[in-house]
Write a protein that binds this ligand. Structure first.
Ligand code: 13P
Length: 229
């Protein structure tokens, strides 16, 4: 299993340091084959060492240059970061990243050899139209994406399940992931209100290879409930 913690706009540099120190101590109990990723805010990036991988929640697809407010590969390289989240619904919907911009980012970071967690997901409106509409939408989010790139995985995060406490049902996740696996044969993470109370059920689904976690990842205790379940 893959366990990925997306801090979003939470935690400071200091609290991230404390978190990672605490996590590292307790990760000695995790299954060796499980992989843990932490995506802290950009201001908290550092060259942490341990049984986890630190990634960037976002970056601009450049080495360096005149892009006020953005960071490029040069800034990430300082901390040996070569893992990135691309296409998160919050970036698409709140920050206005188009599919074209997302695809450009993907192509750039692929060229750099980054490990990419590529996020897709549908709105409630689309989910209410049924599975076929959902899959059609999810497939459209692969437009311009090289799905043969070996160093990437997909995170399916239904927007209506993010931060709402409303997890997709086992049936919804199963059917969506089964359909997605036929489109992209890559590790598939589920995200959306994953927590201690539902991890066993979600992790037991065949085509769920891991989870991408927001709220429940913010404290080591609740994140470890997932990693060590
Ligand atoms: P929550 O776990 O808070 O629902 O967030 C999911 C998510 O968006 C992770 O990227």
């Amino acid at each position: 299993m893959i366990y990925a913690a997306n801090f979003k706009t939470n935690h400071t540099r200091k609290s991230t340091e404390n978190y990672i120190e605490d996590l590292q101590r307790k990760l000695v109990d995790k299954n060796e084959e499980d992989r843990v990723f932490i995506f802290p805010p950009l201001t908290a990036l550092d060259a942490y060492e341990g049984d986890f991988i630190i990634g960037a929640q976002n970056a601009y697809p450049v080495e360096s240059g005149a892009y006020t407010g953005e960071v490029g590969v040069e800034q990430l390289a300082e901390f040996n970061i070569n893992t990135i989240l691309i296409g998160h619904s919050e970036r698409r919907d709140i920050l206005g990243e188009s599919q074209e911009a997302v695809a450009k980012k993907f192509a750039f970071f692929k060229e750099q050899g980054f490990e990419i967690i590529y996020c897709i997901g549908e709105s409630l409106e689309i989910r209410e139209q049924g599975l076929e509409a959902v899959i059609e939408h999810l497939v459209s989010q692969f437009e311009g994406i090289d799905t043969t790139y070996e160093n990437f995985m997909v995170a399916y995060e239904p927007i209506w399940a993010i931060g709402t406490g409303r997890t997709a049902s086992v049936e919804e996740i199963t059917m969506t992931h089964d359909a997605l696996k036929k489109v992209v044969d890559k590790p598939l993470l589920y995200g959306g209100s994953v927590k201690g109370a539902n991890i066993a059920q979600i992790a037991a689904i065949d085509n769920v290879d891991g989870v991408l976690v927001g709220g429940a990842s913010l404290k080591t205790e609740t994140f470890l409930e997932l990693v060590l379940h």
